[in-house]
Design a protein around this ligand. Structure first.
Ligand code: ADP
Ligand code: MG
Length: 267
């Protein structure tokens, strides 16, 4: 039997920009298309999979590790919307420990007891914050991730974070597969992010409009794909899911200097 290597993607971007909402909706859209999907929440907030599990919080690998328990697959891998396998790594206690290091140890445990990241078509790593801390790039270095995406709006701070992520990736000689704009309603946002993507040598894969449905569905514990499948915003996530699953060119990004970055936000 031929085993295809799963697509293993990471979604990077500033905290609060919409990584978890995007990751969970893309996971649900891919599951609708019949793909086998695993989502790995790597953020201490451990809320990557909550909307795939009808609002249920699952135990995190880090929490169980701290309890010193003998972890079994059924303790950490949970089946969500249309069979999406959900795992939350969790985080260290605030002020002590390194989250990046914890991610590597936790994924090691996961791989030992489960085939969730091998027997699948798509693994989505929902990675916290900006990858300036060496620990967070470890999944990339360890070969756990083979595609990277960056999420940003057209505002300066998220673009600054996106550009920093590109610096990290280029230092590691890691390619970027696309930029996704999650709109915050800034003026000329699509033009700004499209231009940013072009100048770093990448492409804008999707423009996700700001839509209150994302928040209302999330509050009820659902993705928009599940709760509002016929909405326009679900259509946007479906299209993004299709372009993520497709083969596309990827290049090592060329980060911009700060002067140019500031100019861009004034288009
Ligand atoms: P991150 O994972 O990057 O920290 P989240 O995915 O948790 O960010 O999103 C932060 C907040 O923004 C959430 O309340 C989410 O519902 C909201 N949000 C994300 N994307 C959109 C969107 N396109 N339209 C409206 N609200 C959004
Ligand atoms: Mg998140």
């Amino acid at each position: 039997m031929i085993h295809k290597i799963p697509k293993q993607i990471a979604i990077y971007g500033k905290g609060g920009i919409g990584k978890s909402s995007t990751a969970s909706n893309v996971a649900a859209a891919c599951a609708d298309e019949g793909h086998r999907v695993t989502i790995i929440g790597c953020d201490p907030k451990s809320d990557s999979s909550i909307t795939l599990l009808r609002g249920r919080r699952i135990p995190t690998i880090m929490d169980l590790m701290r309890e010193g328990m003998d972890i079994r697959e059924e303790d950490i891998v949970f089946s969500g919307y249309k069979g999406v396998r959900c795992v939350e790594i969790g985080g260290p206690e605030p002020g002590i420990g390194c989250a990046g290091r914890g991610i590597i140890v936790a994924i090691g445990i996961l791989r030992k007891i489960s085939r969730a990241i091998e027997d699948t078509d798509l693994v989505i790593y929902d990675v916290p914050g900006d990858i300036v801390c060496g620990g967070f790039v470890a999944p990339v270095k360890k070969g756990l991730v083979n595609e990277a995406y960056v999420l940003t709006s057209g505002e300066y701070m998220p673009l600054y974070a996106a550009n920093n992520i590109c610096k990290g990736l280029s230092r590691l000689e890691m390619t970027l597969n696309g930029v996704i704009c999650n709109s915050r309603g800034a003026p000329n946002e699509e033009t700004i992010v499209k231009e940013f993507a072009k100048e770093i040598g990448s492409q804008l894969l999707a423009f996700i409009p700001r839509d209150v449905l994302v928040q209302t569905c999330e509050r009820d514990g659902f993705s928009v794909i599940e709760k509002a499948p016929d909405s326009a915003i679900s259509g946007v996530y479906r299209k993004l899911a299709t372009s993520i699953m497709a083969e596309k060119k990827s290049r090592i990004p060329m980060p911009l200097d700060d002067v140019r970055l500031r100019e861009l936000t004034r288009i």
